[in-house]
Design a protein around this ligand. Sequence first.
Ligand code: ZN
Length: 226
Amino acid sequence: MTAPTPRSVVVPYITARRGEEPEVAAKLGLRSGGGLCYLDEGLGDRDDQGVLWARCSQTHEDGWPIGSPRWSMVHPSRQRETMQGLRCQVCVVQTASRTASGYLFIAARPKDTTKADWPEGALTWQPPLCLDCAVIAVEQCPHLSKAGPVALRARVPRLYGVLGTLYTTGADMRPVPVVVSDEAKDIPLPYKDHLLRPWFLASQLVRELRGVSVVDLEREIATARA
Ligand SMILES: [Zn+2]
């Protein structure tokens, strides 16, 4: 009898790789009217809402990221690309699975069980997935399997804001990061916050899931293959 071959570990497109480095903070400056800028800012450094994005190098081979994965980190540009375009965060070649119930997301059940409305209105910075990759994510992602993965469909995954780092003016008139608690690091900045937006260096795009229903992934796959 032959032992089953373990499925090879799939590294999602958005996962950061060793060798990909954030750009040094020395490239950041202050705008004359207040707020952050790059000293050599160019097209693509800001999103449609005018928020500045963290720069990070990319190592590609034939269009695919290479280097060993840094599992707990995502690459800002690749996360933004998939979340903005609603493409699969694992394979990127597929658009996210979409049915009449909406786009497919996989979420971890929140620790805070007092959120009675969850998952309606949930904020997520995990881009959506195609069906095939959703199965892989549930099988292989240790964070998801520990928390209990929940497959969701959202009819309206609207753009909400960004995760990242808030800056202020330092003593030498250079931008310095505002020190925040670990909990506060996971609180997204809504795009509607016009006051703080110019001072934010974004690293992940956040969507607010509306019109959400919890779905059975196995049933979804069976339906898709029928
Ligand atoms: Zn995929």
